[in-house]
Design a protein around this ligand. Structure first.
Ligand code: G3P
Ligand code: MG
Length: 246
């Protein structure tokens, strides 16, 4: 199995601000500019297909509306999410998880798969993602790091892929977050930039956790966090950070 390489710069939602979020176009651009890893969000369609999308509705990224959990996978995968970002990306559609994993593998990108369950679908989403990853076989998937804001989703995924490293998306740092990360057997804890202090990084690392921080779009912040010993930065501006943060 490919090991998560702990790259410092992780393109947020595939290509960061350089491409429509959570798309194959984003993966291609991330690879082209030299990223070694990307993060993307995975939600289930009505008929249980895991697809890449951040929001529970289509409204923000597509030229149509609708609720992801109420629409079939085939329709979602035919939905244009490129045009709204820029006309040059017209025709770019919502990818299936399978397609994204395949493309990451082809491009040599490590993938932080964030399980993003629609409200009330935590266990189901984690279970489907875990089963899908297990069915792929270790040589058919990229280096992976699984994460979620939902402990239930992460736990459900773990049942089938306990060998894939996990990160607890805690948001804010506190003792309870450390406890949850440890209970879930996580390798990392993922924290929001706002409110993060050097002491939080020290405490998490002392507990044996790598610290990954989102969303870091300014070089000055990236430099400060690197000096604190963080294990990775999710960024919308990988183009800005890649030369400096290694
Ligand atoms: O996984 C880090 C980051 O993606 C979490 O926030 O809302 O962009 O998924 P969000
Ligand atoms: Mg995310």
């Amino acid at each position: 199995m490919l090991r998560w390489p702990w790259p410092k710069v992780i393109a947020h939602r595939c290509g960061g601000a350089l491409a429509p979020e959570n798309t194959l176009a984003g993966l291609a651009i991330a690879a082209r500019i030299g990223c070694r890893a990307v993060e993307f969000d995975v939600m289930l369609s009505r008929d249980g297909e895991p697809v890449l999308i951040h929001d529970e509705t289509l409204d923000r990224c597509a030229n149509s509306s609708g609720t992801v959990a109420a629409l079939d996978g085939a329709l979602l995968m035919a939905t244009d999410v490129g045009e709204r970002f820029h006309h040059a990306f017209a025709g770019e559609t919502i990818p299936s998880l399978d397609a994204a994993l395949r493309r990451c593998r082809e491009l040599g990108l490590a993938a932080n798969l964030e399980i993003k369950p629609a409200q009330g679908h935590d266990v189901e989403t984690g279970r489907v993602v875990g089963r899908r990853l297990a069915s792929l076989g270790v040589d058919d998937r990229p280096a992976l790091l699984l994460s979620s804001f939902s402990a239930d989703a992460l736990e459900a995924a773990m049942e089938d892929v306990d060998d894939i490293p996990r990160g607890w998306l805690a948001g804010a740092f506190d003792a309870a977050a450390l406890k949850t990360a440890s209970r879930l057997g996580c390798a990392s804890i993922h924290l929001a930039l706002d409110g993060l202090e050097a002491a939080h990084v020290v405490a998490a690392r002392a507990a044996g956790l790598e610290v990954l921080v989102y969303t870091v779009n300014r070089l000055a912040d990236a430099r400060r966090l690197a000096s604190w010993g963080v294990g990775g930065l999710f960024t919308d501006r990988p183009d800005l950070l890649l030369d400096t943060i290694r």
